[in-house]
Every structure is written in structure tokens, then in C-alpha cells.
Design a protein around this ligand. Sequence first.
Ligand code: UDP
Length: 253
Amino acid sequence: MARRKKVYEGKAKILYEGPEPGTLVQYFKDDATAFNAEKRDVIDGKGVLNNRLSEFFMTGLTSVGVPTHFIKRINMREQLIRAVEIIPLEVVVRNVAAGSICSRLGIEEGTPMPRPIVEFYFKNDELGDPLVSEEHIIAFGWAAQQDLDDMVSLALRVNDFLSGLMLGVGIKLVDFKIEIGRIWDNEFMRLIIADEISPDSCRLWDIETNRKLDKDVFRRDLGDLADAYTEVARRLGVMPQGPSGVSKPTLIN
Ligand code: UDP
């Protein structure tokens, strides 16, 4: 069988041509990178966990009427998605101060936001994904005002959905990043959620202990990243047996 054509390879995922026009296959790698790929490692099982978690979040969003690129999971590491034209902006929503907002504005980590804050970053590795304003986005033509309004509204709907889901399993959704793409139905353009939603792109803290259950475990060397992601998946009822498919031994009293 001919090898599928690779369309794009990023830090954590590979995109292949899909079986039908307008589709792609998204493959989740085990590679972890941080600080613009200055820190890197391979974390066994991360790709499998993120494939399942992204499927779980995207299908949940679809069920509450938020459009996403997800079509179906194909296997442990791959999912079928709709091909979109990615808007070159990372959309970040923050509920609690952490990460770059703390260093940029001198806010103490853990400070709750008075309301969810939506930020845009220009996707450009060479520039280190700089924070940009709506003025920049419109002036440089990355998106139109109507797109921006739709993006903010989509991001806040994702925030409401994910925060509630996480709260239900004792996890605080501190912040997250999404990417949004354009699709055309005949001459009508629509925006849909693309890329992935996983602990790679969210900050997730245990409500009781503030234990970090996200990529900060890797960024700050706080322990085993796959264990943290497995804990998120386990609480949500996704892959209760862990990424290897084998249950860990349990103590019988
Ligand atoms: N984020 C991401 N990809 C990026 C930058 C940020 O997924 O290239 C996520 C990050 O995991 C966090 C949120 O977006 O959940 C906000 O990140 P922040 O701006 O604080 O930057 P960081 O501290 O990650 O550099």
C-alpha cells in the first residue's frame, strides 16, 4: 500500500492526507516540547492520551452545538478531521493568572481573573508567538472584525463547557489555548474549533491541592507527565486502563 502523503509536521502532531477530499488524518506523537522547542523529550503514551482526550472534548463540544473539526477517531494515535484553513492566531482564555500573564503584568500566579480574559497571539515560531491586539489583527489582515467577534464567542463557549466538565471531576481550568479554522459550505464561510484540546494546551489544577495536571509538569520538571495526563483521563472516565491498555495492579484488602 502506498504511504499516505504527509501534509504537515508540527511539534506534537503530523497531518496526512485524508481518505476523502476536505479531510485529513491527524496523528498524535509522543514528543513534548516547551519554551519554543528549546526543551524537548519523548513521553511514552502522551500521544495516545491526547488523541483520546481531544476526541472526548471535541465530541462534547459538538454535542452542545460548538462546531469542531473532529469527525472520528481512527485508532490509538490517529483521528479523522475536517481540513480547515487555520487562522494564524492562538486564542487563549484565562480564568486564573498563570504563565505568561504573570511575567508580563506582574500578577501573582493563582490570582482569579475578574472575568474570563481572551487574548490573541500571532502564530509565528521565529517571533515566539507574540501577543497581539485586535488592532494588529485587523490592520495586518489575519482576521476580520466579524471573525474576531465569532472567535471570542467560540472561545468563551469552549471555556464554559470545559470549566464545567473539569469542575465536575475536581479540576480547575486555569487557562487554555485553542486554534480556529475556516471552512466553506458553498459560498458561506464558518469558523470551527481545530487543532487539539488536551492537557498540552490547557492548565489544569486539582481543586483541593492545586497539583498541576498539565504540560507545566514537563515545563517545570514537576514529575511524570504521562501520570498527570492519565489522572485527567481517569477522572473524566476516558481510558480508565491508562494509555498502555493495561490496568495498574490494585491492592486487594
Ligand atoms: N499554550 C499553548 N501553546 C502555546 C502557548 C500557550 O498551548 O504555544 C497554552 C498553555 O499551555 C496555557 C495557555 O495556552 O494553557 C496560556 O499560555 P501562556 O500564555 O501563559 O504561555 P506559556 O506560559 O505557556 O508560555
